[in-house]
Design a protein around this ligand. Sequence first.
Ligand SMILES: *[C@@H]1O[C@H](CO)[C@@H](O)[C@H](O)[C@H]1NC(C)=O
Ligand SMILES: *[C@@H]1O[C@H](CO)[C@@H](O)[C@H](O)[C@H]1NC(C)=O
Ligand SMILES: *[C@@H]1O[C@H](CO)[C@@H](O)[C@H](O)[C@H]1NC(C)=O
Ligand SMILES: *[C@@H]1O[C@H](CO)[C@@H](O)[C@H](O)[C@H]1NC(C)=O
Ligand SMILES: *[C@@H]1O[C@H](CO)[C@@H](O)[C@H](O)[C@H]1NC(C)=O
Ligand SMILES: *[C@@H]1O[C@H](CO)[C@@H](O)[C@H](O)[C@H]1NC(C)=O
Length: 399
Amino acid sequence: MLLLLAASLTLLSSAYASEVAGAWYAGWHATNGYPLSDVSWDKYNTMYYSFATTTSDVNSISLEGSDGSLLPAFVSEAHAHGVQAHIAIGGWGGSIYFSSDLTTAKNRTAFVKTVIDFVEQYDLDGVNFDWEYPNKQGIGCNIVNSDNTANFLFFLQELREDCSNLTISAAVSVTPFRDSNGNPSTDVSAFAEVLDYIAIMDYDVWGSWSSAVGPNAPLNDSCANSSEQQGSAVSAVKAWSNAGMPVDQIVLGVASYGHSYSVKPSDAFVSGTKTLAAYPAFNSSNQPVGDAWDSTGSVDSCGNYQGSGGTFNFWGLVDGGFLNSEGTTAQGIYYRFDSCSQTPYVYNETSEVMISYDNAESFTAKGTFIKNTGLLGYAMWQTGGDYNNILVDAINSAV
Ligand SMILES: *[C@@H]1O[C@H](CO)[C@@H](O)[C@H](O)[C@H]1NC(C)=O
Ligand SMILES: *[C@@H]1O[C@H](CO)[C@@H](O)[C@H](O)[C@H]1NC(C)=O
Ligand SMILES: *[C@@H]1O[C@H](CO)[C@@H](O)[C@H](O)[C@H]1NC(C)=O
Ligand SMILES: *[C@@H]1O[C@H](CO)[C@@H](O)[C@H](O)[C@H]1NC(C)=O
Ligand SMILES: *[C@@H]1O[C@H](CO)[C@@H](O)[C@H](O)[C@H]1NC(C)=O
Ligand SMILES: *[C@@H]1O[C@H](CO)[C@@H](O)[C@H](O)[C@H]1NC(C)=O
């Protein structure tokens, strides 16, 4: 009896059942909105410090802009809670030099040493390569080369040879790495031999650059019209596994944020009703400003000015009056749960702001998909986006 009780308590005290219950920690919020002391370490088993960026020198990666002085504290906090501490290298703004770092055999060897030295210096358990993207432009000034994917593989093979016990992962887009012709690779099985796993970034699928308001992080799109099939967890897992990535080496990247759009009431509602319409038009010249973490405009790592991103973190939706503190729709806000993407939308008719985001229901759907498909787990961008652990609790329960 006591033994049984002890066993079930052990089960209950483990918040996650999936092998990877992960999230990225954005270093630049450590002293600006989300100190390390706010992290709910017991909900996760892996945390990725973001980002170390590539530099013009293959012998170095940089923590500039990510409060790098806090990385040692991050690692010791993680370890004190039994959480693996990984470094995420690259990101949207930090991938500029991956191509030149990996283009020649000499540079690859040098970059392997750079990465291993970094891992040893900070006592890290893993490295998450977040190259956005091999042989695909990403941010405007990335160096791009048609051999990027092949060189990435050579590099990972060399790193794996030198580091058998390091957890090596890659954050990837919804389609397999581009081959030398710019098409999705049809065979990534060699990557599966050297990577522990990939984390599919199933978010930013629709955004301010799209033709209509669509789901930021669709679970499914095979049920949508063909023009609305821009990627989803279902299609991405299918694409990667068809190309030779075993499903048990796939982690689903999930989003604790959404994108906002300016939508007129005449577009927002199905004509003659107060039901929110699917894929309405929006005014791209009038990007709403997002929550308090959104930039109102800044210069990117290529030196180009970028306006407001319009991003609302989950807590930002509460902050902005769209959701109440339970994470459900606030009074006076219109809500729609899209049955195909299995993601929600909210709309404030007065401010004419519509937001596609994720909530407990969509995280539960994603967790169920992870479980039913036999994926390795989830990784959330970003841990600081959640509100009272509503999202992470939902996905942990479902998996
Ligand atoms: C190799 O790395 C060096 C130093 O970072 C860089 O200047 C050079 O351009 C790289 N080589 C190639 C072919 O990209
Ligand atoms: C990997 O193995 C080396 C040598 O045995 C050890 O020093 C290091 O701590 C190990 N690293 C990890 C992440 O387990
Ligand atoms: C995705 O949509 C297709 C087509 O409607 C359906 O057969 C499939 O069950 C859906 N998958 C999930 C995980 O919702
Ligand atoms: C698909 O497109 C048709 C024609 O534009 C439209 O009537 C229908 O509602 C769309 N279906 C979905 C799921 O958006
Ligand atoms: C879109 O927004 C811009 C900037 O606020 C405004 O000048 C323009 O009239 C809007 N366009 C439409 C069609 O409402
Ligand atoms: C909707 O937006 C208006 C204008 O910004 C604001 O005054 C109002 O409080 C918002 N409604 C809710 C329910 O937050």
